[in-house]
Write a protein that binds this ligand. Structure first.
Ligand code: FAD
Length: 367
């Protein structure tokens, strides 16, 4: 029947966004997709590469910046899904305290109904120099387990993975037939991918320290450090994840592309983390790694939208590769899903569901 006809989907990017989209599509009971993921960096090969963001995340749900309606919906949906995964051990419930350097009015805390058990902390319980504090229970995960799990689930459902860097959207078409649909989940790569060339993309540099700290099972953070307007570039946050590891952060340096390690920053992160959570000074704590990752941020917010792109692409840099690209002019549905900055994990499932709806609507428009 028409419903069971397979649609060919090429997803460029195997970060948490590309993989979550693939997962939602493979679980769609009403449609059947033949999915190929094309990416320069893959969970089974490149977990040490700084060319993508996903290996370097905390990763938890935590409040970032001001309320944006679209992101709120993605985050609320993702929270529910990550919470439901707790019995699998891939995610865990995480008691959290978030502090602000200013007096914050209760009404301006927009995220109260996303995590569980939200409440305000008494002033006496706040660290020095903090004026407002809230507590809630959120979820966290370890990318080192979560991303390979996602990829292996997809492989078992027949998703094909191709390790390749492409220069142009056109290069991705080589992996599909004439009716294929493209999904662009390239993160910071969207800045220089021909046919996208999104100059609104910029990095937010995040330096962190991964520690083994079995005694620390509570997350602590200075929430005002993770606000694009009030951030000074330094940030303090502590994220326990499944497996007894804890991520100590960090930095929130907007526009900084430097993936090298700053030892003075590492020293500052360690001393501020120990001040916030003295239990870290226990002899059981061991440093496992110093890391730097670039969050793929976008001025104006993430881009999740459909664009019908005409191929061959025009423009002097888009010299068509005769051998690879079919010569006829055609329009292809491209769904963009990139630019989630510091919130890719906490938006992932909500975004994937929205992409699935766009795909269904777009296929309807065509047929
Ligand atoms: P990426 O993970 O960057 O993946 C992009 C993919 O596209 C890769 O596979 C890459 O190889 C591929 N690609 C790009 N260009 C090309 C090309 N030309 N050809 C082929 N393939 C290409 N988020 C949270 O939600 N919670 C957190 O606690 C959190 N903490 C963070 C802490 C730090 C220190 C950092 C650095 C980030 C943190 N983030 C957090 C943000 C999160 O990591 C990102 O938002 C998320 O990983 C973005 O995923 P993505 O799939 O869009 O991009």
């Amino acid at each position: 029947t028409a419903n069971t006809k397979q649609r060919e989907v090429i997803i460029v990017g195997a970060g948490v966004i590309g993989l979550s989209i693939a997962h939602v599509l493979t679980s769609d009971p009403s449609a059947s997709y033949k999915i190929t993921v094309v990416a320069r960096d893959l969970p089974d090969q490149h977990m040490d590469s700084q060319a993508w963001a996903s290996p370097w995340a905390g990763a938890n749900w935590s409040p970032i910046g001001d309320r944006e309606d679209r992101r709120y919906k993605w985050e609320a949906e993702t929270f529910k899904r990550l919470w439901d995964m707790i019995p699998t051990g891939l995610t865990m419930a995480l008691p959290t305290k978030a502090f602000y350097g200013d007096e914050v009015s209760p009404e301006s805390i927009w995220y109260q109904d996303i995590p569980r058990d939200f409440h305000f902390l008494p002033k006496d319980d706040l660290p020095p120099n903090m004026k407002t504090g809230v507590a809630f229970t959120t979820v966290s995960l370890a990318p080192q387990a979560y991303l390979p799990w996602l990829q292996s689930e997809l492989k078992s459902k027949g998703v094909n993975f191709i390790c390749k860097k492409i220069d142009s959207l056109e290069d991705a078409l080589v992996f599909g037939g004439s009716g294929c649909i493209l999904i662009n989940a390239t993160g910071l790569g969207a800045r220089s991918l021909l046919g996208v060339e999104d100059l609104e993309m910029f990095p937010i540099r995040g330096q962190t320290i991964l520690v083994h700290a079995p005694n620390l099972r509570e997350s602590l953070e200075i929430a005002s450090d993770l606000h694009p307007q009030t951030s000074t570039g330094d940030a303090t946050y502590i994220i326990p994840r499944p497996g007894n590891t804890v991520l100590l952060g960090g930095t929130f340096q907007q526009g900084n592309w430097d993936v090298s390690l700053s030892m003075s920053t590492a020293g500052r992160i360690l001393s501020q983390s120990c001040a916030l959570a003295p239990v870290l000074k226990s002899p059981d704590t061991r440093i496992l790694a110093h890391n730097v990752g670039l969050r793929p941020a976008r001025r104006g917010g993430a881009r999740v939208e459909v664009e019908w792109v005409e191929f061959p692409l025009k423009g002097e840099l888009n010299i068509r590769r005769e051998a690879e690209v079919k010569a006829e002019i055609r329009k292809v549905m491209v769904i963009h899903a990139y630019g989630f900055g510091p919130a890719g994990y906490q938006c992932s499932w909500g975004v994937a569901e929205e992409v699935q709806q766009m795909l269904r609507a777009g296929m309807g428009a065509k047929s």
